[in-house]
Design a protein around this ligand. Structure first.
Ligand SMILES: [Zn+2]
Length: 455
């Protein structure tokens, strides 16, 4: 192994100048930043020295993909990639077919190092750029990266890395979905014992995202499209400092698709199997009244999960009924609504339904009020099995879907709905899948290496 001392190159005037800048630094911050420049140059020297040494090792030439003849060295050629610490250059052997086949030149060392022929930036720079782009706009991500490598990084470059990595994430997902469709179930994700014993909650919501007009032109009317988001998490109760017990989502996993509930369904099911829907002691589906999502529940999840209709959504519906029936301004409407809400909350929906039947029989009820009451009756009747709130409370389960919906909104809201933002479908999908990889703890795997310093 090379001695670090060899790569310091005290005689290198660049290093001398950088070392002097550390000595002359007027403040601690300036000193640290100046020392960082030295570290950067040393990193590049060290890497280049190791690369130079490897380039001279003997190598086995691969065969020509066209004629099968053994490739032959054409001598050394220079290669450069931009790294997190600045440009890195090395000279390595390149080969061609001795029979003159029209194949691109081959550099076995680059292949061993995991570098693609057209690649101009190294993996760790792309990974950090993509990680930043998961949270901040491309221009901001490019500027922050510039702080690290001391060069100008263009927002377009970051955008390009996101497209490539997002594409990989989407292809992996497609493979998993295909395997699932063939009955090949994924392995459940490993969980700490206390989390594995906690209830698993599932929910979904739709969030609107602004897209460019059809065709992708930058000008023209914004097209709003709905993205379906699903969340899967373990429920745990916490006692706050004031002594209140609150339920929180743990081990949050998200799925999302720019498309219909039908497109969401296999994604949600894939993740549900990973999150142990088949093993969890208690599984809950929490949702407001959206019909498509309840259909998904019935078709795919009902065999495993208890369905809970968001109590606050139901209460709102009760008020709509009361207002139509008894005129919203009267105390009578308020009183009935309060009573019905209390009944519902304490597990006696039958009384509420009976009241509605009675109200519908009253002569002279205006048609509009009748329609509203009929709709309310049908709604409660349809969800008869999902409104046993007293029992859910006894089981320690939440009766509101608010935290599920805000987890869904966060995925989209935080990054895709900034002022003036409009997306192309491809651009959106690529970044969405990187964001999903990030929140689901699969980001590093996507790049095949961990940037964390303890590795
Ligand atoms: Zn050949």
């Amino acid at each position: 192994m090379l001695c670090l001392h060899d790569s310091i190159r005290h005689d290198d005037p660049v290093v001398q100048r950088l070392l002097r800048a550390v000595e002359d630094a007027p403040s601690l911050t300036a000193m640290i930043l100046a020392a960082w420049q030295v570290a950067r140059v040393l990193t590049v020297h060290l890497v280049e020295a190791v690369l130079a040494e490897r380039a001279h090792r003997p190598l086995a030439w691969p065969r020509c993909p066209q004629c099968g003849g053994c490739l032959r060295s054409k001598g050394f050629a220079t290669r450069q990639v931009m790294s997190l610490f600045g440009p890195i250059q090395w000279r390595r052997r390149v080969g061609r077919c001795p029979h003159g086949c029209a194949i691109p030149q081959v550099a076995p060392l680059d292949e061993t190092l995991g570098i693609q022929p057209q690649q101009r930036t190294s993996g760790e720079l792309q990974q950090l750029g993509c990680a930043l782009a998961v949270f901040v706009p491309f221009a901001t991500a490019a500027r922050l990266l510039g702080w690290y490598n001391g060069r100008t990084v263009s927002p377009q470059a970051v955008w390009g890395w996101v497209q490539a990595a997002g594409q990989r994430a989407m292809e992996t997902l497609q493979d998993h979905l295909q395997a699932l469709a063939h009955g090949d179930l994924p392995a459940p994700e490993a969980l700490a014992a206390d989390l594995a014993a906690a209830p698993l909650v599932l929910g979904a919501d739709g969030v609107m995202v602004p897209f460019r007009p059809t065709g992708g032109q930058p000008t023209g009317k914004t097209r709003w499209q709905e993205v379906k988001v699903g969340v899967l998490a373990r429920l745990r109760q916490h006692r706050t400092r004031t002594g209140t017990v609150v339920t929180r989502l743990h081990h949050r996993r998200l799925v999302a698709v720019l498309g219909s509930v039908d497109a969401l369904q296999p994604r949600l099911w894939l993740e549900a199997v990973r999150q142990g829907i088949r093993q969890a002691p208690q599984v809950v589906w929490l949702s407001d009244g959206a019909r498509g999502l309840w259909r998904l529940y019935e078709e795919r999840l009902a065999a495993y999960a208890v369905g809970i209709l968001d109590f606050y959504h139901a209460a709102q519906y009760l008020w709509k009924g009361a207002a139509a029936w008894l005129d919203g301004r009267t105390t009578q409407a308020r009183r009935w609504c309060g009573w019905a809400r209390h009944r519902l909350r304490h597990g006696q929906p039958d009384g509420v339904l009976a009241d509605l039947v009675e109200a519908l029989e009253v002569e002279g009820l205006p048609d509009s009020a009748r329609d509203t009451l009929l709709a309310l009756y049908a709604y409660l009747d349809r969800h008869r099995d999902h409104i046993d709130y007293a029992q859910y409370k006894d089981l320690g389960l939440p009766i509101g879907s608010g935290m599920v919906e805000s987890a869904c909104k966060w995925l989209i809201q935080q990054r895709f709905k900034g002022v003036g933002m409009r997306w192309s479908e491809d651009g959106f999908n690529h970044l969405l899948h990187l964001r999903l990889a990030w929140v689901n703890g699969r980001f590093e795997a996507l790049f095949g290496l961990a940037l964390s310093p303890n590795l």
